[in-house]
Ligand binder design. Structure first.
Ligand code: 5GP
Length: 198
Protein backbone atom coordinates (compact mmCIF):
# COMPACT_ATOMS: atom_id res chain seq x y z
CA UNK A 1 0.00 0.00 0.00
CA UNK A 2 1.17 3.53 -0.75
CA UNK A 3 2.42 5.88 1.97
CA UNK A 4 0.35 8.80 3.24
CA UNK A 5 0.85 12.27 1.79
CA UNK A 6 0.72 14.78 4.66
CA UNK A 7 0.52 18.49 3.87
CA UNK A 8 1.35 21.07 6.52
CA UNK A 9 0.08 24.46 5.42
CA UNK A 10 -1.18 27.80 6.69
CA UNK A 11 -0.25 31.48 6.52
CA UNK A 12 3.36 32.60 6.52
CA UNK A 13 4.44 33.33 10.12
CA UNK A 14 2.22 30.63 11.66
CA UNK A 15 5.31 28.57 12.44
CA UNK A 16 5.01 25.86 9.76
CA UNK A 17 8.78 25.66 9.31
CA UNK A 18 9.59 25.31 13.03
CA UNK A 19 6.78 22.83 13.62
CA UNK A 20 7.96 20.85 10.61
CA UNK A 21 11.56 20.69 11.89
CA UNK A 22 10.43 19.43 15.27
CA UNK A 23 8.10 16.89 13.64
CA UNK A 24 11.02 15.45 11.68
CA UNK A 25 13.12 15.27 14.86
CA UNK A 26 10.44 13.31 16.64
CA UNK A 27 9.03 11.26 13.76
CA UNK A 28 11.85 9.44 12.03
CA UNK A 29 9.59 7.68 9.56
CA UNK A 30 8.56 10.81 7.70
CA UNK A 31 10.18 12.07 4.50
CA UNK A 32 10.23 15.84 3.97
CA UNK A 33 10.00 16.93 0.36
CA UNK A 34 12.51 19.67 -0.51
CA UNK A 35 10.83 22.34 -2.64
CA UNK A 36 12.25 24.32 -5.53
CA UNK A 37 12.00 28.12 -5.50
CA UNK A 38 13.05 31.14 -7.49
CA UNK A 39 13.44 33.29 -4.41
CA UNK A 40 16.97 34.18 -3.35
CA UNK A 41 18.82 31.99 -0.87
CA UNK A 42 18.91 33.65 2.57
CA UNK A 43 21.67 33.53 5.13
CA UNK A 44 21.67 30.22 6.98
CA UNK A 45 19.74 28.39 4.26
CA UNK A 46 21.30 25.43 2.46
CA UNK A 47 20.89 24.48 -1.22
CA UNK A 48 19.24 21.06 -1.49
CA UNK A 49 18.16 21.12 2.17
CA UNK A 50 16.13 24.28 2.66
CA UNK A 51 15.21 24.57 -1.02
CA UNK A 52 16.57 23.89 -4.48
CA UNK A 53 17.25 27.44 -5.67
CA UNK A 54 16.57 27.75 -9.38
CA UNK A 55 16.26 30.54 -11.93
CA UNK A 56 12.83 31.50 -13.30
CA UNK A 57 13.56 29.96 -16.73
CA UNK A 58 14.59 26.71 -15.15
CA UNK A 59 11.48 26.63 -12.92
CA UNK A 60 9.22 27.30 -15.92
CA UNK A 61 10.97 24.52 -17.84
CA UNK A 62 10.31 22.13 -14.94
CA UNK A 63 6.60 23.07 -15.04
CA UNK A 64 6.46 22.54 -18.82
CA UNK A 65 8.18 19.16 -18.49
CA UNK A 66 5.61 18.03 -15.92
CA UNK A 67 8.24 17.74 -13.19
CA UNK A 68 6.24 19.66 -10.58
CA UNK A 69 3.62 17.97 -8.44
CA UNK A 70 2.25 21.42 -7.61
CA UNK A 71 3.56 24.95 -7.66
CA UNK A 72 2.42 28.44 -6.76
CA UNK A 73 3.53 32.01 -7.20
CA UNK A 74 3.83 33.42 -3.71
CA UNK A 75 4.63 37.13 -3.37
CA UNK A 76 6.30 37.22 -6.77
CA UNK A 77 8.36 34.03 -6.55
CA UNK A 78 7.72 30.50 -7.75
CA UNK A 79 7.65 27.70 -5.15
CA UNK A 80 7.00 24.09 -6.11
CA UNK A 81 7.22 20.45 -5.10
CA UNK A 82 9.36 18.27 -7.39
CA UNK A 83 7.15 15.33 -8.35
CA UNK A 84 9.51 12.36 -8.73
CA UNK A 85 10.97 12.19 -5.21
CA UNK A 86 7.51 12.39 -3.63
CA UNK A 87 6.02 9.71 -5.87
CA UNK A 88 9.00 7.37 -5.38
CA UNK A 89 8.74 7.54 -1.58
CA UNK A 90 4.95 7.15 -1.53
CA UNK A 91 5.24 4.13 -3.84
CA UNK A 92 7.64 2.53 -1.37
CA UNK A 93 4.90 2.78 1.26
CA UNK A 94 6.59 5.57 3.22
CA UNK A 95 4.86 8.75 4.36
CA UNK A 96 5.76 12.13 2.87
CA UNK A 97 5.41 15.59 4.41
CA UNK A 98 5.00 18.76 2.32
CA UNK A 99 5.37 22.14 3.99
CA UNK A 100 3.70 24.46 1.52
CA UNK A 101 1.43 27.49 1.25
CA UNK A 102 -2.35 27.12 0.75
CA UNK A 103 -2.63 27.53 -3.07
CA UNK A 104 -0.32 24.53 -3.43
CA UNK A 105 -2.05 22.61 -0.66
CA UNK A 106 -5.40 22.95 -2.44
CA UNK A 107 -3.81 21.84 -5.71
CA UNK A 108 -2.48 18.74 -3.92
CA UNK A 109 -6.01 18.07 -2.65
CA UNK A 110 -7.28 18.08 -6.26
CA UNK A 111 -4.53 15.72 -7.42
CA UNK A 112 -4.52 13.46 -4.34
CA UNK A 113 -7.99 13.58 -2.72
CA UNK A 114 -6.69 11.08 -0.13
CA UNK A 115 -3.93 13.47 1.06
CA UNK A 116 -4.14 14.62 4.68
CA UNK A 117 -4.17 18.43 4.83
CA UNK A 118 -3.30 20.13 8.10
CA UNK A 119 -3.95 23.86 8.41
CA UNK A 120 -1.91 25.62 11.09
CA UNK A 121 -3.40 28.83 12.48
CA UNK A 122 -1.88 31.57 14.64
CA UNK A 123 -3.62 32.62 17.88
CA UNK A 124 -4.40 36.07 16.38
CA UNK A 125 -3.55 38.28 13.41
CA UNK A 126 -1.68 40.63 15.77
CA UNK A 127 0.50 37.71 16.86
CA UNK A 128 1.03 36.67 13.23
CA UNK A 129 2.30 40.17 12.41
CA UNK A 130 4.43 40.15 15.55
CA UNK A 131 6.04 36.80 14.56
CA UNK A 132 6.79 38.03 11.05
CA UNK A 133 8.33 41.22 12.46
CA UNK A 134 10.42 39.51 15.14
CA UNK A 135 11.84 36.80 12.86
CA UNK A 136 13.20 39.70 10.82
CA UNK A 137 13.46 37.83 7.52
CA UNK A 138 11.22 40.03 5.41
CA UNK A 139 11.04 43.74 4.67
CA UNK A 140 8.13 45.72 6.10
CA UNK A 141 6.51 45.84 2.65
CA UNK A 142 6.86 42.06 2.26
CA UNK A 143 5.33 41.55 5.72
CA UNK A 144 2.29 43.64 4.78
CA UNK A 145 1.94 41.57 1.58
CA UNK A 146 2.15 38.33 3.58
CA UNK A 147 -0.54 39.54 6.01
CA UNK A 148 -2.84 40.52 3.13
CA UNK A 149 -2.27 37.06 1.60
CA UNK A 150 -2.96 35.45 5.01
CA UNK A 151 -6.57 36.72 4.93
CA UNK A 152 -7.30 34.85 1.67
CA UNK A 153 -5.44 31.81 3.01
CA UNK A 154 -7.56 31.73 6.18
CA UNK A 155 -10.70 31.70 4.03
CA UNK A 156 -9.50 28.35 2.62
CA UNK A 157 -9.20 26.69 6.04
CA UNK A 158 -12.46 24.73 5.82
CA UNK A 159 -11.10 22.84 2.78
CA UNK A 160 -8.50 21.14 4.98
CA UNK A 161 -8.74 17.80 6.78
CA UNK A 162 -8.04 19.49 10.11
CA UNK A 163 -7.16 22.85 11.68
CA UNK A 164 -4.56 23.01 14.46
CA UNK A 165 -3.71 26.13 16.48
CA UNK A 166 -0.10 27.16 17.02
CA UNK A 167 -0.37 29.18 20.20
CA UNK A 168 1.73 26.95 22.43
CA UNK A 169 4.52 25.40 20.30
CA UNK A 170 4.93 22.11 22.21
CA UNK A 171 1.20 21.52 22.31
CA UNK A 172 0.95 22.28 18.60
CA UNK A 173 3.68 19.74 17.71
CA UNK A 174 2.05 17.11 19.95
CA UNK A 175 -1.36 17.80 18.37
CA UNK A 176 0.10 17.40 14.86
CA UNK A 177 1.91 14.15 15.79
CA UNK A 178 -1.24 12.74 17.41
CA UNK A 179 -3.16 13.60 14.26
CA UNK A 180 -0.55 11.96 11.97
CA UNK A 181 -0.62 8.83 14.10
CA UNK A 182 -4.42 8.71 14.17
CA UNK A 183 -4.41 8.85 10.36
CA UNK A 184 -1.75 6.11 10.20
CA UNK A 185 -3.85 3.93 12.51
CA UNK A 186 -6.94 4.45 10.34
CA UNK A 187 -4.94 3.33 7.32
CA UNK A 188 -3.64 0.29 9.20
CA UNK A 189 -7.17 -0.76 10.20
CA UNK A 190 -8.29 -0.65 6.57
CA UNK A 191 -5.15 -2.45 5.34
CA UNK A 192 -5.66 -5.23 7.89
CA UNK A 193 -9.28 -5.67 6.83
CA UNK A 194 -8.35 -5.79 3.14
CA UNK A 195 -5.62 -8.35 3.76
CA UNK A 196 -7.60 -10.51 6.16
CA UNK A 197 -8.07 -14.04 4.89
CA UNK A 198 -11.44 -15.55 5.62
P1 5GP B 1 9.51 31.35 2.39
O1 5GP B 1 9.90 32.36 1.37
O2 5GP B 1 9.11 31.97 3.71
O3 5GP B 1 10.56 30.25 2.57
O4 5GP B 1 8.22 30.59 1.86
C1 5GP B 1 7.07 31.30 1.48
C2 5GP B 1 5.87 30.37 1.46
O5 5GP B 1 6.03 29.39 0.43
C3 5GP B 1 5.70 29.59 2.76
O6 5GP B 1 4.31 29.67 3.12
C4 5GP B 1 6.08 28.19 2.39
O7 5GP B 1 5.37 27.20 3.15
C5 5GP B 1 5.66 28.14 0.93
N1 5GP B 1 6.29 27.06 0.17
C6 5GP B 1 7.51 26.51 0.34
N2 5GP B 1 7.72 25.54 -0.55
C7 5GP B 1 6.60 25.44 -1.30
C8 5GP B 1 6.19 24.59 -2.38
O8 5GP B 1 6.89 23.70 -2.85
N3 5GP B 1 4.96 24.81 -2.92
C9 5GP B 1 4.14 25.77 -2.44
N4 5GP B 1 2.95 25.88 -3.01
N5 5GP B 1 4.48 26.58 -1.42
C10 5GP B 1 5.69 26.42 -0.86
Amino acid sequence: MKGILFVLSGPSGTGKGTVCKELLNREKDLFLSVSATTRECREGEVEGETYYYVLRDEFERMIENGQMLEYAIYNGNYYGTPKKAVEDILNKGRDVLLEIEPQGALRVKQLFPEAVLIFLVPPSMAELKNRLLTRGRESEEEILDRIATAKWELEQADKYTTIIGNDDFDKCVTDVINYLNAKREEKQIITNLINEEI
